[in-house]
Write a protein that binds this ligand. Structure first.
Ligand code: SDX
Length: 391
């Protein structure tokens, strides 16, 4: 038994670690952050409060939240010399490639002044990463479109500031509507943490060697980029673009492709390693999608209709039902991001931005404990011992 739960021995042997941060029940479609259900948090809290909860284990009172938010606000700027690092990339570099490089480079700015055995240094590293990710993410976008970097502003909240740095220019300030800013904040929340997914496990394994937190987060960004993981939100929009015309014939053609064992195509945004039920984040994301598109007068958006038809068909089709394949967090997020005006190549960057608090919370939990180096083992299937042939 561990905490609230008694695990069967088979499960214990597969578990990579103990953690008190997030709980998932894949069969029931349950996701709890420090015990609070994700749908309640997404509708009643905000990303800054969720960051405090994930990092500290309890919801902040009003003063604690204000102080935490102020600390984050006053860490949003990056070292001016970091802007030079961007200039080494080709303009057409994928923003995830740039982000991975730039976050890893933060090690060079903060590594020497960082003692990870010191709780205060661990806190400051967490603040720096949570605060600077929106700034660096927006810089990746600005660099790829050839516009000047926009500095963060201290009078905007976390989501408003990100949208400001993405879309304002020195010639014109971008003012997001409250609905779009709230939708952005909710997307940050729905991607914040998800137990031991591939990228979080990468961060924990990297951190178990004593590597600095900036290098660990850069490793997590690299792992997240894959289309089977965080890259799926970009892949969903590419799939909807490929389906093209909103016709039943086209939609049925892609459902057939997804079921064809000889075709590598999979329905992007569907299925999950753990959930064998609805991903609870997908339900909230779908509601948010309807709210945003209604606000923008896009409720008849053809790609939204295609997505809803894919979901309707898949939820009735024996192939998907038998395999318990349901929409996951990535299925509707891309449609919202596109409606907000975010380019497709920035979708996974936003996933990385959102997930940074989860990664750094797991890093902090691990390095604060008896941080033993991770060492996965294998089932050896190679050759038996043999002598080197004498010449
Ligand atoms: C995320 O781990 C996390 O928590 C991740 C994440 C997080 O917050 O960190 O939740 C974020 O990564 C969500 C997942 C995003 N990825 C996608 O949407 C890509 C499309 N999905 C698939 O690639 C797949 O479902 C995975 C990778 C998500 C899960 O893969 P599994 O668990 O290895 O699935 P599986 O291969 O065991 O599936 C079982 C069967 C197979 O068919 P059979 O061999 O039984 O005949 O289901 C099929 C698969 O071929 N299948 C699909 C499918 N997903 C699984 N068939 C068509 N379309 C799909 N999407």
């Amino acid at each position: 038994s561990k905490g609230l739960f008694t695990y069967d021995p088979g499960f214990v042997s597969t578990a990579s670690c103990e953690s008190a941060i997030t709980y998932i029940d894949g069969a029931k479609g349950v996701l709890l952050h420090r015990g609070y259900p994700i749908d309640q948090l997404a509708k009643q809290s905000d990303y800054i409060e969720l960051c405090y909860l994930l990092l500290n284990g309890e919801l902040p009172d009003a003063n604690q939240k204000k102080q935490f938010e102020t600390t984050i606000t006053y860490h949003t700027m990056v070292h001016e010399q970091l802007t030079q690092f961007f200039k080494g990339f080709r303009r057409d570099a994928h923003p995830m490639a740039i982000l991975c490089g730039v976050v890893g480079a933060l090690s060079a700015f903060y590594h020497d002044s960082l003692d990870i055995s010191n709780p205060r240094d661990r806190e400051v590293s967490a603040f720096r990463l949570i605060a600077k990710m929106p700034t660096m993410a927006a810089m990746c976008h600005k660099y790829s479109v050839g516009q000047p970097f926009m500095y963060p502003r201290n009078d905007l909240n976390y989501a408003e500031n990100f949208l400001h740095m993405m879309f304002s220019t020195p010639c014109e300030e971008y003012k997001p509507s409250p609905v779009l800013a709230k939708a952005m904040d909710r997307i940050f929340m729905l991607h914040a943490d998800h137990e031991q997914n591939a990228s979080t496990s990468t961060v924990r394994l990297t951190g178990s060697t004593g590597a600095n937190p900036f290098a660990c987060i850069a490793a997590g960004i690299a792992a997240l980029w894959g289309p089977s993981h965080g890259g799926a939100n970009e892949a969903v929009l590419n799939m909807l673009d490929e389906i093209g015309e909103d016709s039943e014939e086209n939609i049925q053609h892609f459902i057939a492709k997804a079921k064809d064992k000889d075709d590598p195509f999979r329905l992007m945004g569907f299925g999950h390693r753990v959930y064998r039920n609805f991903d609870p984040r997908a339900k909230v994301m779908k509601e948010t999608c309807d709210e945003v598109l209604a606000e923008l007068g896009l409720e008849n958006d053809p790609q939204l209709h295609i997505a809803k038809r894919l979901e309707e068909i898949a939820l009735e089709d024996e192939y998907f039902v038998q395999r318990k394949l349901y929409p996951n967090v990535d299925f509707y997020s891309g449609i919202i991001l596109k409606a907000i005006g975010i380019p497709t190549n920035m979708f996974t960057v936003i996933f990385a931005l959102s997930r940074t608090v989860g990664w750094i919370s797991h890093w902090k939990e691990m390095v604060s404990g008896d941080n033993k180096i991770g060492r996965p083992r294998q089932l050896y299937t190679g050759s038996d011992s043999r002598d080197y042939p004498s010449k």
